[in-house]
Design a protein around this ligand. Structure first.
Ligand code: UFG
Length: 333
């Protein structure tokens, strides 16, 4: 039987495919290559180029392949963009998931691991955030992910499907040997932006506000290493295959670091100056997001071993310094 990875050419999806293949799983990938990279595809995965909103296409893949579980990463995921293009986000994220679930029901595929987000919580009541806390997204992106979770909940109940939804905090880092890594166009995430400045590809990092209610005034986030994050997906897959019931888990480190602390650590890791200036606040940024991941540790047995900001930045730097242009080939004149 195969695991179907939707969005397996993206940053997080490609790391999942590599780890699944490391563990001896047969892997089928679907990606529309809108934000994913064909260079990030694993040579041993069976790849179908297409869009999950295309019901006939999905039906064909589920007919050809013996799929027993799905890991669903295929979604748009930028908070800022989602505020400008809400209908695009509902179409790709929510409608895409509806088509997927209908196809799973039709083909009697019973398990799905789902990529969700801390953005489902919105402004937290308090930190660390537990899965029991109120969900009041402050962005269209968070709202679509929360809606996708609800689609799963009701479909699972009606059709005997079990799902695990994993709410990620701030994912960063890269596979240790730098085979694959993070490459977004345009880049908006803090860690790659800092490392682009270290490489001289940007003049400076702009810190979005230093007047937050935090010790150094800059926003605090909870960073999790991509490889630890993927381990949780493999544990979730095993949990579902062995009869675990549908559930939701946070994935973070139970620790928060400020933007200034991230830049300082990157200066130490890279040995580069990394100029930084203070800019305006970015709309929609909560001041502090820190996860409680106790539930994932207790129920899934998750043990995030690589999740320190030093290790995250070291592995990310390994990828960025070896691949300064990401997956883009540089055409020599
Ligand atoms: N930041 C800067 N300068 C930059 C980029 C980011 O100061 O150039 C700051 C942001 O204001 C924020 C922090 O660095 O305080 C992290 O920003 P990111 O854009 O890297 O990540 P976000 O916290 O905005 O969002 C990420 C994911 C979302 C997810 C969220 C959950 O991109 O999909 O984590 O915590 F929902």
């Amino acid at each position: 039987m195969s695991v179907l990875v939707l969005g397996g050419a993206g940053y997080i999806g490609s790391h999942a495919v590599y780890q699944l293949i490391d563990r001896g799983e047969e892997v089928v990938v679907i990606d529309n290559l809108q934000t994913g990279h064909k260079e990030a595809l694993h040579s041993r995965a069976t790849f179908y180029h297409g869009d999950i909103r295309d019901a006939d296409f999905l039906h064909d893949v589920f007919t050809k392949e013996a799929i027993d579980a799905v890991i669903h990463f295929a979604a748009n995921s930028l908070v800022g963009e989602s505020m400008d293009k809400p209908l695009d986000y509902f179409d790709n994220n929510v409608y895409g998931t509806q088509v997927l679930l209908q196809t799973m029901v039709d083909h009697q595929v019973k398990h799905v691991v789902f990529s969700s987000t801390a953005a489902t919580y919105g402004e937290p009541e308090s930190v660390p955030i537990t899965e029991m806390m109120r969900t009041e997204p402050t962005s269209t992106y968070g709202e679509t992910k929360l809606t996708m979770e609800k689609l799963m909940k009701w479909t699972a109940r009606a059709h005997g499907i079990s799902y695990v939804s994993l709410r990620y905090f701030n994912v960063a880092g890269a596979r240790e040997n730098a085979e694959i890594g993070e490459d977004h166009q345009p880049e908006t995430h803090l860690v790659p932006i800092i490392l682009q400045a270290a490489l001289g590809q940007r003049d400076q990092v702009t810190i979005f506000g230093d007047d937050y209610d935090t010790p150094d005034g800059t926003c605090i986030r909870d960073y999790v290493h991509i490889e630890d994050l993927i381990e949780a997906h493999l544990l979730a897959l095993n949990y579902l295959r062995t009869g675990g019931s549908s559930d939701i888990f946070n994935l973070g480190s139970n620790q928060g670091f400020s933007v200034k602390e991230m830049i300082e650590t990157a200066r130490t890791v890279t040995g580069k100056e990394i100029p930084a200036v203070i800019g305006e606040r970015r709309a929609g940024d909560p001041s502090t997001l820190i996860a409680s991941s106790e539930k994932a540790k207790q129920i899934l047995g998750w043990n995030p071993e690589r999740t320190s900001i030093n290790r995250i930045i070291t592995d990310a730097w390994n990828w960025h310094s070896k691949n300064p242009n990401g997956y883009r080939k540089v055409v020599k004149k």
